[in-house]
Design a protein around this ligand. Structure first.
Ligand SMILES: [Zn+2]
Length: 270
């Protein structure tokens, strides 16, 4: 999972009780650290919740519970969900490091793409944001004066990856999952519940012990990572929307559980 670097900005205010309904994607048109300094400078009156660097690092400027200042200027707004009030109150602003002017093409690096994909997944899960172009939008739909995030932002790839869902049927219980790096990921706690396996969270080590496995010899994870302990195996997982997700096929293999995989309909059954 990507590295998240705290880089607080004082350029934020309250959401005034508004619920988060959308993600607005931007391009910084500048490089880190200059653009970070700008978004942290009170004079700019500008910010974002996160800036995703070309090196894959994610810089966190504003808490999601507050309104960042990335989409408050309205110019020929075409976003159907704009309700006449300041969009900053109900969106999450994501900046991507890169140039649109000065000969730049705004094309994300591969590691930058993987980081923003991860962050989009996390936010979608946390705030139940629908995966469509009403709820994941370009800044230019709010402010047409800015060609932001530019013509090369990878919308098709992003939506394809976000929509790569799988259904896991465990003891006739349907569990929603996603294909992440070619693996069937789902919240391990949901799978354990469906199968009647024990599932214990150790907040100190950030481990999940499945079906009686022990984490006594498992090192604590660093940062916000999570390890899923199954039998003698330690599976690297990800925290998405307050749940620990991991490859369910890997869990099944570790437990010797046989499963079927329907490649056409993306259904895994066991
Ligand atoms: Zn923008």
């Amino acid at each position: 999972m990507p590295n998240i670097i705290n880089s607080p900005s004082s350029n934020f205010n309250s959401r005034n009780g508004r619920k988060i309904i959308a993600i607005v994607d931007h391009c910084t048109d500048g490089l880190i650290p200059g653009c970070l300094q700008w978004l942290q400078n009170p004079i700019s009156q500008a910010s974002a919740h996160y800036v995703i660097g070309r090196d894959g690092n994610i810089y966190k400027l504003v808490n999601e519970s507050d309104a960042s200042w990335g989409a408050g200027v309205i110019d020929q707004c075409t976003w159907p969900l704009y309700d006449g009030t300041n969009p900053n109150k109900y969106v999450i602003n994501l900046e991507h490091e890169g140039y649109l002017t000065q000969g730049g093409d705004g094309i994300l690096t591969e590691i930058q793409y993987q980081s923003t994909l991860w962050l989009h997944r996390l936010l979608i899960a946390a705030y139940a944001i629908p995966i469509d172009n009403l709820h994941i939008i370009k800044h230019s739909e709010i402010n047409a004066n800015h060609n932001c995030p530019g013509p090369n932002f990878p919308w098709v790839r992003l939506f394809n990856d976000l929509n790569a869902t799988v259904t896991i049927i465990a003891n006739n219980t349907k569990i929603y999952g996603q294909i992440i790096n070619g693996n069937t990921f789902a919240p391990i706690s949901n799978v354990c519940k469906a199968k009647g396996w024990s599932c214990t969270w150790n907040g100190t080590k950030r481990t999940v012990c499945v079906n009686g496995a022990s984490d006594a010899n498992v090192p604590a994870t660093t940062g916000t990572g999570v390890s899923i302990v199954v039998g003698n195996q330690v599976i690297v997982g990800e925290i998405i929307g307050n749940s620990a997700w991991c490859s369910i096929a890997t869990v099944c293999k570790a437990l010797g559980v046989v499963y079927t995989w329907d490649q056409v309909n993306k259904i895994m059954k066991f």
